[in-house]
Design a protein around this ligand. Structure first.
Ligand code: GSH
Length: 349
């Protein structure tokens, strides 16, 4: 059996469609849909960035989970699953699933139980709620056995079901289908003339970089790591080269391809270099064009408000006891300060 990290296929792949195209169960409507996210998760972050850029905050509500994975059946002696939990601001700090660390319940959390999906204490509860309805019939035993209780989730308040748990499809829906309710319908992260180019960039950025860092971090043998790290850095070099010639990955316009790369790069120096052992080069010292790209995107106000480095570090460094048993969170290197300094230095010329 392979010891390489294998990402599980998401199981919920329904589409929200705008009226009048929509004969589907999920027509685009104001305030009908809800996102469940972690501010730490790069896949959820794509959705938050798209929601913010499109001005969909009033249309699509959000629940924010606590950054630390917890036992989701804490009274069971056989079910040791650990995953996302909801928490209430001001509650006592939370330890990791091995009992170490002390992570505060800060003000950005949206409450336990979740105020929108009533009774949900864990993200797992949302999946189980959905499964209790009729849908599990269409999943195979194997799919159910490997089901991940992942975020992001796009939830339908009307049917009380999961619409989608695939971020690449959620961002497409948020971009295309909600323009009637968007404060910025003119923002288009998938402009028609760039669609082929976006898809072609996404294919290697996803495999080698977005997922590539996870392959480095979660592979279970040297060979898997060695392969993943080679591919990761040759693709980062490739992105660096593209961004030495153009502002964004597909030219002068920021597209979904940039949002997807940014979600990994903003976590790179703070987390992946240490935690996933991706330490051949750092963005801040070795990749001037990736650094410039990160600074440009981070300083867009709609993006900046979606970046929560505290949750990012708290989540990764405490949630996998096999990687960091005592849940100690490293102090450096303050990548956001580097981005602010980069911007200030550029402006002073
Ligand atoms: N295909 C999913 C993947 C999402 C994903 O992997 N989310 C991680 C957090 S970064 C998760 O929720 N993992 C739950 C777990 O490992 O139990 C997407 O892109 O939406």
């Amino acid at each position: 059996m392979t010891k390489a990290f294998v990402r599980h296929e998401p199981l919920f792949r329904n589409w929200v469609k705008k009226l009048p195209d929509s004969l589907s169960a999920y027509p685009a409507e104001d305030k009908r849909y809800h996102l469940v996210v972690s501010l730490a998760c790069p896949w959820a972050h794509r959705c938050l960035m798209t929601r913010s850029l499109k001005g969909l905050e009033d249309c699509i509500s959000v629940s924010i989970v606590h950054p630390v994975f917890a036992r989701t059946k804490p009274t069971s002696s056989t079910d040791l699953h650990a995953g996302w939990q909801f928490e209430t601001p001001g509650n006592p700090p939370v330890a990791n699933s091995a009992g170490f660390g002390s992570i505060d319940c800060d003000d950005v959390l949206t409450g336990k139980p979740d105020p929108v999906i009533s009774g949900a204490i864990y993200v797992r509860d949302i999946y189980e709620r959905h499964m209790e309805r009729d849908d599990h019939e269409r999943f195979t035993e194997e799919q159910l056995a490997t089901l991940k209780y992942s975020v992001p989730i796009l939830w339908c308040k009307k049917t009380q079901k999961i619409v989608s748990n695939e971020s690449s499809e959620i961002i497409r829906m948020l971009n295309d289908e909600f323009n009637d309710f968007s404060k910025c319908p003119q923002v288009d992260l998938f402009p028609p003339h760039l669609l082929n180019q976006i898809e072609s960039v996404n294919s290697w950025v996803f495999t080698d970089i977005n997922n590539g860092v996870y392959k480095c971090g979660f592979g279970k043998d040297q060979h898997s790591y060695d392969e993943a790290i080679e591919t990761l850095f040759s693709s980062l070099d490739r992105a660096e080269n593209i961004l030495s010639k153009s502002k964004f990955l597909c030219g002068d316009t920021m597209t979904a391809a940039d949002i997807r790369l940014f979600a990994t790069l903003i976590r790179f120096d703070e987390v992946y270099v240490v935690y996933f052992k991706t330490n051949c080069k750092m963005i801040r010292s070795d990749y001037p064009n990736l650094l410039r790209f990160c600074s440009d995107i981070y300083h867009i106000p709609e993006i900046k408000k979606t970046v929560n480095m505290k949750h990012i570090k708290q989540h990764y460094y405490t949630s996998h006891p096999t990687l960091n048993y005592y849940a100690i969170i490293p102090k450096g290197p303050d990548f956001l300060k580097t981005l602010d300094e980069f911007k200030a230095n550029r402006q002073s010329f």
